[in-house]
Write a protein that binds this ligand. Sequence first.
Ligand code: ADP
Ligand code: MG
Length: 196
Amino acid sequence: MDGLRVIIGPMFSGKTTELLRVLRKYAIAGYRVVLVKPSTDTRYSSSKVVSHDGLEMDALVVEPTIDGLKKVHNILLDHDIIGIDEYQFFNYSKELIRFLLDLSNDKLVIVAALNLDFRGEPWEVVKEILPYADDIKVLRAVCTHVGRDGRRCGRPAVRTQRLLDGRPAPYNSPRVLIGGRESYEARCRKHHEVPK
Ligand code: ADP
Ligand code: MG
């Protein structure tokens, strides 16, 4: 098994669920499966990947840099399928992309990442790996914006809305702010707001 698969979408679109589903499938088939997560993601658990629905799997926690990946290189080489959750948190370097592509020459590497940050701008590390993907799965969530009539929008959500005290976070708010339902919502294009 080899190649590179990318799962992208906004928060709550089911990226982690999909990644865990595929990894479980291969684990049952007898492949040696390893799941990696950046140490940045401390939501729910520090040593497991946990979906918003509570599905979980043990993870190898790494510092989100090329050096962090190099430290676990031998462990990665010992597996057939390598899943990486929250891939957007890795610091971009050409070397990091090269490292993952080299692994994908004889292993199946599956990365799950946010399509865009809360501002609606791409993550460099995601942008740089996409053209190499053998398969890209784009997921969407449900827009949970509530209109003046009190109804939820319900359109497919392609963006991640950050909220600070219930209001859209301004453009100059920090790019990475770890949070869940209390600070993020899935939104369609029309209801994604980033005050400048
Ligand atoms: P991701 O990794 O993309 O953030 P998860 O796989 O962890 O997503 O969780 C997906 C789950 O989140 C869905 O199955 C659903 O139960 C829940 N969920 C919460 N809010 C939403 C939303 N606005 N749209 C779709 N699913 C949502
Ligand atoms: Mg996730």
